[in-house]
Design a protein around this ligand. Sequence first.
Ligand code: NI
Length: 182
Amino acid sequence: MFKKLNILDESDKHLRMKSKDVTFPLSKEDKQTIQQIIKHLTYSQIEEYAEKYDLRPGMGLAFPQLGENKRIIVIVHEVDDEVFDNYVMINPVIISHSEEMIAAETGEGCLSVNREVEGHVARYARVTVEGYDEKGNKIRVRAREDLALAFQHEIDHLDGILFYDRINKDHPFYSDDEIRLI
Ligand code: NI
């Protein structure tokens, strides 16, 4: 059975807190929550299920958005039509990044932000992220383009940062010769 997640709104204090590192082994509850998030994000990106369960499409979620200030992020990345790569990363750290910056042309969205926020969010075009999988094994992911944006967006959640904090108020929109828009 599918259980829709109760995702907190940006007004909740958990969204502004710095989350704590997670120790291993993971609790049974945390493992279950991770599986629920994967299912929720996957369904949210499949039109039929998104409609059936009234889900707003999203490719990533961080534990603080569920009221748990633990450093765990989940990304469900559609790589082909309804084909998804799942990333679960615990205690993630960006260990290196490109010089090049990019931004999502239509701006970013967040499952905790239930309103339109206009403006470009400048982020690294490529990042290398290190962290741990659910079993506590060290893992490393090299991400580029939209996947790189997702990692940076989700890791920000662990530090209480929301995407619109990074929109330059004096210059909210970039042209393609300032920052590559994807
Ligand atoms: Ni978000």
